[in-house]
Structure formats: C-alpha cells, structure tokens
Design a protein around this ligand. Structure first.
Ligand code: HEC
Ligand code: HEC
Length: 284
C-alpha cells in the first residue's frame, strides 16, 4: 500500500515537472516568434550602424529616435544585464513596463514605444515575451542620456489592464490582434486626429510622415481603397510588401517598417494580416 502511494506520488512529480518544462518551452518559443517577428521589438531596441543592426548588440538599446518638436527618445537596454538592462527587474515589473508603460520606480515610458496598443497584448503572449527576454544574452551597454519629451506625456495610459484573453479564433480577429496590440502596424499607418492621438475611425488610411536619416517617409494607406490604398493588390502582393519590403511595381520599400523581422513571420500569420487588412473599410 505504502509503496503504491509512493509510486503514484513519484509519477505525479515526474509528470508535473515535465509539464512545467513543456509549458516553459512553449512560452519561450512563442515569445521568440513574437519579439523577433511581428512585434519587432529590436527594430527600436537594437542599435544600428550603416550596415544595419550592430552584431552582438541584440536588444541592448542606444538607438536615438527623434521626432523634431515632439521628442528625442533614447531607447533603453532590455537585455538581462544586471547593471545596464532589466536584470534586476522581476517578471511582473517587466510585464508591467511592456503592457502598461510603467517602470518599477513608477515613471511612465514615453513614445514611440506604442503602449496604447500594447495594452491589448494577451496575458499569455505577455508572459511569453517576458520568458524570451530573460533568455537573450545579457549585453553590458549603459545607454547614455535619457529621453526628452517636448510634447506633454499623459499622467497614465489608463486603469490597470487586468486580464486580456487571446483573440477569437478567426483569421480577421487574429490579424487585427497582430496588426494592433502585437505588431502596432496601425500605429504607423493611421492618421492623427484633432487631439493629437490616432484617429481610429480612419485606421490604416496612412500615417503622419516619420523622420529618418534619409528624410521623411510616409506610412501609406493600407486599406482596401482602390485609388489610395492596396485594394488592387493580390494577397501575394501584400505578403511580399510586408515580409520582403517590395511593392508590386518592384519598388523597394523604405524603413523604418521592420521588413527583416516580418520576414520571420509564419505564412499563417501573414495570411491573418491579409484577411484583416481586407476587412478594413476602404478609406480615402
Ligand atoms: C517604436 C519603438 C519601440 C518599439 C517597437 C518597442 N519599444 Fe520598448 N521602448 C522604446 C522607447 C523609446 C523606450 C523608452 C521611452 C522613455 O524613455 O520613456 C522604451 C522602453 C521600454 C522598456 C522600459 C525599459 C527601461 O529601462 O526603462 C521596456 C521593458 C521595453 N521598452 C520593452 C519593449 C518590448 C518587449 C517591445 C516589443 C514588444 C518594445 N519595447 C517595443 C521604444 C520602442
Ligand atoms: C514604424 C512604422 C511602421 C510600422 C510599424 C509598419 N509600417 Fe507598413 N509602412 C511604413 C512606411 C513608412 C511605409 C512606406 C514605405 C515606402 O513608401 O517606401 C510602409 C509601407 C507598407 C505597405 C506598402 C504600401 C504601399 O502602398 O506601398 C504595406 C502593405 C504595409 N506597410 C503594411 C504594414 C503591416 C501589415 C505592418 C505590420 C505588420 C506594418 N506595415 C507596420 C511604416 C510602418
């Protein structure tokens, strides 16, 4: 009898342990595919030189992003380095920074980190991102200076987020989740409204110009408008523009859209994005 109980308990411990390890591995894989794919955190958080991202510096910060008259943002190091990165933050603190834009000291994270949209990241994906960020090499890189904002920052991004489920299991809902909360495509591709925030009634109709070292680039209209948007494009055309940065006429699309990251998206994710973009109203 005794031996039987021990056998059952041993079996339980063994398999509970295996299940935890399996869940951890699944979260890590999901976190990697999001952070290195559609979320493209490194598009801002990895420093760049003339030949692209600096080797050995993944997510180590230091890039300066300027919008003249609005801000000069210095992107922080989010590797697990104890001195210069997130090494001393708890998982909950990292999660709160990503989804609610608040640091452990209570200060608010400013733009262009797209916090308004990140508030919609599902609990499970947020946990996956944190597990993945913990796993990347710690890079010692003290980022000099801090961001300066000429525009007023909100006192908060809103009430505590609470629980966020994964999107409904349809292509359009999954695509909306990728294009919004996870990939912030619509942050760049939506015009500003009268209050200075995004005018979500015109989602996808093209965004304000972005300052780049090569001059301003304009995020285009990606609604199904035939005249102004991508209504005349095939599904292949859209997938190629997003994942390879090549327009149907062969034109090379300019950064800062994160083409090398989107190149890592799975075909199913690209298909969901296409379904979502086709579901938007055709907006001039
Ligand atoms: C469009 C650029 C951009 C993208 C994309 C972006 N970030 Fe950020 N992030 C920033 C900037 C800029 C700051 C600092 C803002 C400030 O100084 O207030 C920041 C701050 C942070 C911080 C706070 C770190 C600290 O030490 O203060 C964390 C954590 C973070 N980002 C994680 C992420 C993750 C994870 C992703 C992807 C899911 C991501 N970021 C995507 C620009 C970006
Ligand atoms: C950092 C801002 C930014 C983000 C994020 C972004 N884009 Fe873009 N996108 C641009 C800019 C700028 C262009 C125009 C590039 C050019 O004309 O050379 C563009 C071009 C495009 C085009 C080609 C449109 C045309 O008419 O040529 C498509 C399609 C597109 N984006 C879809 C997406 C999708 C889908 C996502 C999310 C997975 C996304 N974008 C994320 C800035 C962004």
């Amino acid at each position: 009898m005794r031996a039987g109980v021990w056998a059952i308990m041993a079996a339980w411990f063994c398999c509970a342990g295996a299940a935890v390890a399996q869940e951890e591995a699944a979260l890590l894989a999901r976190g990697r595919s999001l952070v290195e794919g559609v979320a493209a955190c490194g598009n801002c958080h990895t420093p760049k030189g003339p030949d692209g991202e600096l080797p050995g510096m993944a997510l180590a910060g230091g890039l300066v992003i300027e919008e003249p008259g609005l801000f000069r943002a210095v992107v922080p190091n989010i590797t697990p380095d104890e001195e210069t990165g997130l090494g001393r933050w708890t998982d909950a603190q990292v999660a709160l920074a990503i989804r609610e834009g608040r640091r452990p000291d209570g200060s608010l994270i400013g733009p262009p980190m797209p916090i308004e949209l990140y508030r919609g990241i599902a609990d499970r994906d947020l946990a996956a991102m944190v597990v993945y960020l913990r796993s990347v090499p710690a890079v010692r890189n003290a980022v000099a200076g801090s961001s300066a904002y000429q525009m007023p920052l909100p006192p908060t991004y809103g009430p505590a987020v609470g629980r966020v489920p994964l999107p409904a299991d349809t292509a359009v809902a999954r695509g909306a989740y990728l294009a919004g909360p996870v990939g912030h495509c619509i942050e760049c591709h939506t015009p500003t409204g009268p209050g200075g925030g995004r005018d979500w009634s015109r989602t996808g109709a093209g965004g304000p110009p972005l300052a780049t070292p090569f001059g301003p680039v304009v995020p285009r209209n990606i609604t199904p408008s035939r005249r102004d948007g991508i209504g005349g494009w095939s599904d292949d055309d859209i997938r190629r523009a997003v994942s390879e940065g090549i327009a149907p006429d062969g034109r090379r699309l300019a950064p800062p859209m994160a083409y090398p990251y989107y190149a890592r998206m799975r075909r199913a994710e690209l298909d969901d994005l296409v379904a979502y973009l086709r579901s938007l109203p055709a907006t001039p």
